[in-house]
Design a protein around this ligand. Sequence first.
Ligand code: HEC
Ligand code: HEC
Length: 329
Amino acid sequence: METLYTGGRLLKGGWKWIACSLLGSAAADPVVEPVQVLEPWAGLNPGIVALGERLFHDMRLSADNTVSCAHCHRLGAGGSDNLPVSVGIRGQLGVINAPTVYNLNTHVSYFWDGRALTLENLVQGPLRNIREMGTDWPEVLAKLEKDEAMADAFRKAFPEKGMTPDTISRALADFMRSLVALDSPMDRWLRGEKDALSEQELRGYRLFKNYGCIACHQGQAVGGNMYASMGVMGDYFGDRKRPLTRADRGRFNVTGEEEDMHVFKVPSLRMVVLTAPYFHDASADTLEEAIATMARYQLGRDIPAEDIRDIKAFFHSLLGRHPLLRERE
Ligand code: HEC
Ligand code: HEC
């Protein structure tokens, strides 16, 4: 049943991958590897990125000046908040797990249901969300314009437009475009550094390919570039012991099409060792649990504990470096 990805197309049948791994080739083959080297975004303006970084930490972007983007997307900790649902202004609980803000450049769209098509467009989402920052542009502009240093920074970064909703969104978006964690062991291995992966990590990568995880988690971000149903091979939501919520409907909320019920953007696995708990509903506390759930509901099989350990080791090899990301382990 495996549907596999190669060279931009989805192929039925996994003979190519299986042949590769049976031959036991330890070297990366740039032509057929489904995981690709994470590349930085070219051509960013450092002044705009620095302004975006300031805005990302600016609590004036919330109604009562208590919540910044960084409140829920903790950059040192992997870009999410490690909570089942986020906590916004006045201690309000959100409705869905916060994803990381690292490595977003190759994503097909943003949010679990893909309702924002660009990072610029996304910004108004949390800003206006009543449970998150609960404000709006006129309020934010009024506060920021009073700050001479901030207004000046905008005039420097955007000589023509100055401070507007568009330039605020653009600065935040460009800052996020700069959040790419480069040079992970996996990337070094893909570039030909044979010793960059341990034996266990390499075993984990082969299992990840052979089980068919790569049908959905692939490309530079090991995810983020397509949508898929949660529960392809099993009734995930039926088996979950919690009532259905609106957020569980996924892309159905965006398109209204029955076939998009419970369809989500496939999450990137680049930061996954830092961003527990897992899934849009935070139903898995550990990576072991998340891997087992994926095997069961996306691939229709129960996989042995040692394979789960190896796949988890492979996930560690996906974690790259960025100055704002605190090194772990
Ligand atoms: C109160 C917590 C909270 C705050 C504040 C917050 N976010 Fe988020 N963020 C979330 C949650 C929860 C989601 C997932 C929402 C969804 O998918 O429906 C999210 C999703 C995102 C995504 C999408 C990532 C992806 O993989 O698609 C980006 C990018 C993002 N936020 C950036 C920001 C920026 C920029 C700000 C500040 C303007 C911000 N967030 C403020 C909680 C927060
Ligand atoms: C049919 C597509 C598909 C396949 C195959 C698949 N996944 Fe997923 N994966 C998804 C989707 C969609 C989600 C998000 C589901 C949700 O949040 O409800 C996800 C989520 C995850 C997560 C949680 C990420 C996070 O940040 O919350 C992990 C870990 C994961 N997958 C690992 C795997 C592994 C390991 C395999 C192979 C055993 C696999 N996936 C196979 C589509 C797939």
